[in-house]
Design a protein around this ligand. Structure first.
Ligand code: NAG
Ligand code: NAG
Ligand code: NAG
Length: 378
């Protein structure tokens, strides 16, 4: 109850900067990314499976999302009065793509996938999937399917919002084989690949870009468990310093790239969103926002301080050395920022979305209509 009150107060006390009014009247959203915004791709592809308690807080079944409920993108689409996005790879149950399509897939990187990648759907492939999607839609429209309830309209490609949340896996994955210095040196190469994809989409008519930077990945239990065993590797929040340093460097260069692209494409709107600041504020000031656990995973194995064991993922049971170990959900996921050691809980995602919608973490910043805040039911 206290937690709910605190959250309400936070929402009510958000001050709206009067900067630029952003009207979220996008007819469609096309999203590119990794597990932070995957609404079913990797699961539809048959590469991984998700088991309960994934999904239990909202969908009541694993929904293809690495979460107990909704993701940041779900809350943002809700605020835009748009339905949740279907995954491009989801072929079951007549998925409607009329309001957009989601190309994000868990485990994806910006750099091309290698044989050992979790997801083959790296950024360039996701852009190719979009090109195929667009060509197919135009073909269907040419065949008279203009008002088909599953197919977006032709002009949606130009008026739609193109969202991006990718890069976390390029950095997090690299720490298993590279030093911090090597990783920082590789960031321009990663961002060049990103720029290539963005330019391709621009050439295809995309004009509204919304780019999330990457979060404080050093605060994820998975990384603390693997790289934070020596206390000197941790910062005062208990996060792995090197990982957060890589994320901050990546974000600085991503921000510069966004400014450069905005300069090159004056007829486009490129919005850079500082997810890192929102998430690190949440982790540092968790109790102020009604949370009890900033880093420990809700769904995992091993108990405090991390409740994370890389051998068994959320909901799974394994026999290790003759002993059965099970990664179970906690009793109240809304007290946790972290869901499974790698991803955020629905309650944390809702908090992050509410902060994005204040507009003050964006460049350019925007203010927005109050109804969005009222839509958020804590
Ligand atoms: C995009 O940018 C132009 C020029 O800065 C501005 O007039 C327009 O309102 C922006 N569109 C959106 C949807 O923010
Ligand atoms: C935590 O909250 C304090 C007080 O509002 C603020 O000064 C600080 O920047 C916050 N921490 C982070 C990491 O954002
Ligand atoms: C299994 O048991 C051996 C011997 O006790 C131990 O060295 C090893 O770390 C254990 N493996 C796991 C995965 O717990």
């Amino acid at each position: 109850m206290m937690a709910i009150l605190l959250r309400l107060l936070t929402i009510i006390s958000i001050s709206l900067p009067l900067i630029k009014s952003m009207t979220f009247d996008f007819p469609a959203v096309f999203n590119f990314g990794d597990s932070n915004s995957d609404t079913g791709a990797l699961i539809s592809a048959g590469i991984e499976t998700l088991v309960p308690p994934n999904g239990h807080s909202y969908f009541h079944v694993p929904s293809g999302r690495y979460c107990d409920g909704r993701l940041i993108i779900d809350f943002l689409l809700d605020a835009m009065d748009l339905p949740f996005l279907n995954a491009y790879l989801d072929s079951l149950g007549l998925p409607s793509f009329q309001k957009g399509c989601n190309f994000a897939a868990a485990g994806s990187t910006i750099l091309p996938a290698t044989a050992s990648s979790v997801s083959p759907f790296s950024f360039g492939i996701q852009v190719s999937q979009f090109l195929r999607f667009k060509a197919r839609v135009l073909q269907l429209i040419a065949q008279g399917k203009e008002f088909d309830e599953y197919v977006p309209a032709q002009d949606y490609f130009e008026k739609g919002l193109y969202m991006f949340d990718i890069g976390q896996n390029d950095l997090a994955g690299a720490f298993y084989s590279k030093s911090l210095e090597q990783i920082i040196a590789s960031i321009p190469t990663i961002l060049l690949e990103f720029e290539t994809g963005i330019k391709k989409l621009y050439e295809e008519g995309a004009r509204h870009f919304w780019i999330h930077n990457t979060g404080p990945l050093g605060c994820l239990a998975q990384n603390v468990a693997k790289f934070g065993t020596d206390p000197s590797a941790l910062d005062d929040l208990g996060c792995v310093s090197s990982h957060n340093q890589a994320a901050k460097t990546f974000n600085l260069q991503l921000h510069a790239l966004c400014s450069k692209l905005q300069g090159q494409f004056p007829d486009a709107n490129i919005t850079y969103v500082d997810i890192y600041s929102i998430k690190s504020n949440l982790i540092a000031n968790f109790s102020k926002y009604g949370f009890v656990q900033p880093i420990m995973a809700c769904c995992g194995y091993g108990g405090p301080p991390l409740n994370y064991d890389s051998r068994v993922s959320c909901g799974q049971t394994k026999v290790v050395n003759g002993t059965s170990i099970a990664a179970k959900g906690c009793s109240d996921s809304s007290e946790y920022v972290n869901w499974d050691g790698i991803h955020y809980t629905e309650t944390a995602n809702q908090y992050v979305a509410s902060q994005i919608l204040t507009g003050k973490y964006s460049d350019p910043p925007f203010s927005h209509a109050m109804p969005f805040l009222l839509n958020l039911n804590f």
